[in-house]
Design a protein around this ligand. Sequence first.
Ligand SMILES: Nc1ncnc2c1ncn2[C@@H]1O[C@H](COP(=O)(O)OP(=O)(O)OP(=O)(O)O)[C@@H](O)[C@H]1O
Length: 250
Amino acid sequence: MPMLRVEALTRRFGGLVAVGNVALDLHVGEVHAVIGTNGAGKSTLINMLSGEIAASSGRIHFDGQDITGWSQPRRALAGVGRSYQRTTIFPEFTVHENCRLAAQAAHAKPWALWQASAACERSNAAAHAALEAAGLADEALRIAGTMSHGGKRQLEVAMCLATSPRVLLLDEPLAGMGAEETDRMLSLLQRLKASHAVLLVEHDMDAVFRIADRITVMVNGSVIATGEPGYIRTHPEVLTAYLGDHEAAH
Ligand SMILES: Nc1ncnc2c1ncn2[C@@H]1O[C@H](COP(=O)(O)OP(=O)(O)OP(=O)(O)O)[C@@H](O)[C@H]1O
């Protein structure tokens, strides 16, 4: 039983089909990478899964429940966590404070004022656990803005973990990273997949083929292939799509 199941998911912007009829399963224990040329629909797909934009048609099931009509906060509370392409940290706060705020935002109950201190303790504990899991416990008191680019991206994953997700939707977590930072992030994902279903949208093909258990390839909003890395690497239509893109760039 997949943790997240996507059926015939479609998003139109006027006459443009940004995502058309996409099916996808995410399982705990797997990193499922979604790759594709620029404008293929990867961000639109991730935005529909996290609830930031509505689907035009199709269904999304999370842990056996139909969440297609759920708001983004409701999905986050249920365990659908995501990281963003853009940096979302507060640079003047410490690493720990960033994680605590993420945990608080995910579980905020503004009407339950008398729970404030207990909620704060819970958020602190969630932040601590997330920093441990992300390998950032030693950096907890550091001002977030002083971290390296790779460290900030790692903190964003930690902030996502602080919301206690079961699904991690990661939008280009390796963008702008050097080789060492990439290695660190990939070993983090390797550890996290044991207890999470991970969707990875990523342009770094070497990294994708190192980490992914399953790869889905999108072109112009449609899935053209899905399977294990060995299958994708030799898939004729995938090779043609990428070769075409490569040629267009030169
Ligand atoms: N809000 C919007 N309004 C209109 N068109 C949009 C909107 N968002 C995305 N699109 C279009 O939908 C298509 C898919 O875009 P999307 O950003 O999902 O692709 P992508 O695969 O994430 O691309 P990239 O790899 O460059 O980030 C593109 O043609 C894009 O111009």
